[in-house]
Design a protein around this ligand. Structure first.
Ligand code: NAD
Ligand code: A1AUG
Length: 543
């Protein structure tokens, strides 16, 4: 138990390194990338104190070089999932009783390991396994992950400090207890930071976790487990299983001690998990907490008063960074007719200068999409747009999967605002633009609000403040993260808490105290110093 009211180290966002030619960080990362590219690693499961190698080995291949093998992971079975649940429950009592400053120290140490000795490795693993360019790896696998770990400690102390008032003779307290049972994290391929944060945020609050990462993010998941273990995370607190998602969820969600789901991924998978939890509700000892951050169809709307070059830059960065594989990526844009010719010209200038290829070449802005399925899906949208009378491809449109899964940054101009690629999440480097008549600004705001089921991110561009005021109100429910004169991507922990509503998720805001609150169950304690000795109130006395 703490013997002091401790103050944690000062928290600030991790500085993004530049990797400019000649910088030491560039040299270190290039050397690490090359070394790791030649190695063949083996990724085990981590279950309790055991490093489990099933022998059922699956290949890990870089998306930008799919004939090359950088390692294998040991795929697990449902027996491993059951063992992971048992290991978590075994670790629960000691972990839940560990004082908060010791839990905090583990994750603060993990952050420092990532900021220092592990930075090049986690970045290289993300570049190799998930095909991120150097900048996208740095802002995700290094900076955002470090920020999650450090800021969560700050948010935890803010939560713990939030205490009720006490009247005379009484001391009221609240205890932020971890959930009773074990928790389950299912994570997506596209952000190393998210994959680590989902299990880590629950563990920080005293919970024990079964973590199932995406089979497309296993290289960096391995480094995350190495860091957590080196930071001193006790065995059984976070158990990483490398198993089939649907089968694992079934096993987990049929367990009476299942207490919480922390999910990030697609909307359809999240809905299926919520339904399973609903169907099993009579099994559980406690109502499981459900947090899910899911898909998006993120928009940019540009008024005629906005600056065309700023709009074009936001569209290029917002739509094509990490090949559009961000839940926040700009994937539908509405541009005022009088502004469009200049936006088109500026976009063309930018896109003509973009190069595509392996992340090993640091000058490439665009690398490969994650796998063959994604490649096929993107190509399908492009091929259909080529044939459609309601759409025209104005930039890009080429796809090549001979060496890696390369899809050119592609811009579709749609004459129908409900054309399929204006409505559906594609999760690739495809942006669809609808050009509206200047006089139809208000109608277009309504179109933006009603076109998609999602409400994750969105951006409005205008210089006219009345117009901005109107747009901010009209699009109040269209995005959980709303940007004014900026691209809709790149939320920073501690600055823009992240999450969407409608079909985009439960909006519990990753990287905030709001999210951490979901992983505790509050016990209110009232202590009376001098208890009453007589049941009678004064008014009962006879006159
Ligand atoms: N809102 C956010 O904060 C956010 C952040 C990142 C990604 N995303 C979304 O994630 C999606 C892309 O990631 P993805 O391709 O990894 O998503 P996905 O839904 O395919 O997979 C996510 C995780 O769920 C597992 N999974 C797949 N099918 C399952 C099933 N039937 N039952 C249980 N688990 C299953 C996967 O193995 C993976 O670990 C996009 O829709 C994107 O918008 C959202
Ligand atoms: N938080 C990230 C997106 C995470 C989803 O993929 C952003 O703001 O761009």
């Amino acid at each position: 138990m703490p013997k002091g009211i401790y103050q944690i180290p000062f928290v600030a966002n991790e500085e993004v390194k530049s990797y400019v030619p000649g910088s030491p960080e560039r040299e270190e990362l290039q050397a690490t990338y090359k070394k790791m590219y030649k190695q063949v690693i083996e990724v085990p499961q981590y279950i309790g104190s055991k490093v489990v190698k099933s022998g059922n080995k699956k290949e890990i291949r870089p998306p930008h070089d799919h004939q090359h093998i950088v390692g294998y992971y040991h795929e697990g079975t449902q027996d491993d999932v059951k063992a992971a649940i048992d290991a978590a429950l075994k670790a629960r009592r000691d972990w839940a009783n560990m004082s908060w400053e010791n839990r905090a120290a583990i994750f603060l140490k993990a952050a420092d390991l990532l900021a220092g000795p592990y930075r090049a490795r986690i970045n290289a693993a993300t570049m190799i396994g998930q095909s991120k360019n150097v900048f996208q790896a740095e802002i995700d696998a290094a900076c955002e992950l470090i920020d999650f770990l450090r800021f969560n400690v700050e948010f935890m102390t803010q939560i713990y400090a939030d205490q009720p008032i006490s009247s005379e003779g009484v001391w009221n307290r609240v205890e932020y207890r971890p959930l009773e049972g074990f928790t389950f994290a299912i994570t997506p391929f596209n952000f190393t930071a998210i994959s680590a944060n989902l299990p880590a945020s629950m563990a920080l609050m005293g919970n024990v976790v079964v973590w199932k990462p995406s089979d497309k993010q296993i290289y960096s998941a391995e480094i995350i487990m190495e860091v957590f273990r080196e930071a001193g995370l006790p065995d059984g607190v976070i158990n990483m299983v490398l198993t089939d998602g649907a089968a694992t969820s079934k096993t987990v969600m049929e367990h009476p001690d299942f207490a919480g789901l922390h999910f990030t991924g697609s909307t359809s998978v999240f809905k299926s998990l919520w339904k399973q939890i609903g169907n099993n509700i009579d099994i559980y000892k406690t109502y499981p907490r459900i947090v899910g951050e899911t898909g998006g169809k993120d928009f940019v709307i540009a008024h005629k008063s906005s600056d065309a070059q700023e709009v074009a830059t936001a569209l290029v960065r917002g739509a094509f960074e990490y090949q559009g594989q961000k839940c926040s990526a700009a994937s539908r844009a509405y541009v005022s007719k009088s502004l469009w010719p200049k936006v088109e010209k500026e976009m063309k200038k930018a896109l003509d200068s973009i190069t595509m290829g392996s992340p090993e070449d640091f000058s490439n802005f665009v690398t490969a999409v994650i796998d063959a399925n994604s490649f096929k899906k993107c190509k399908g949208y492009i091929d259909r747009a080529k044939k459609s009378k309601n759409a025209e491809i104005v930039f890009g449109g080429k796809c090549d999967d001979k060496v890696g899964y390369f899809v050119e940054p592609t811009v579709i101009l749609a004459s129908d605002p409900h054309y399929e690629s204006m409505v559906e999440e594609i999760f690739g480097p495809i942006l669809t633009i609808y050009v509206f008549e200047d006089k139809n600004w208000e109608k277009t705001l309504e179109l933006v609000d009603t076109t998609s089921d999602y409400a994750l991110t969105g951006a409005i561009f205008a210089k006219d403040r009345y117009v901005l005021n109107q747009g901010i109100k009209a699009l109040e429910n269209a995005a959980g993260n709303f940007y004014i004169n900026d691209k809709p991507t790149g939320a920073v922990v501690g600055q823009q808490p992240f999450g969407g509503a409608r079909a985009s998720g439960t909006n519990d805001k990753a990287g905030s105290a709001m999210n951490l609150m979901r992983w505790v169950s509050v016990r209110t304690v009232k202590e009376t110093f001098v208890p009453a000795k007589d049941y009678r109130y004064p008014f009962l006395a006879k006159d």
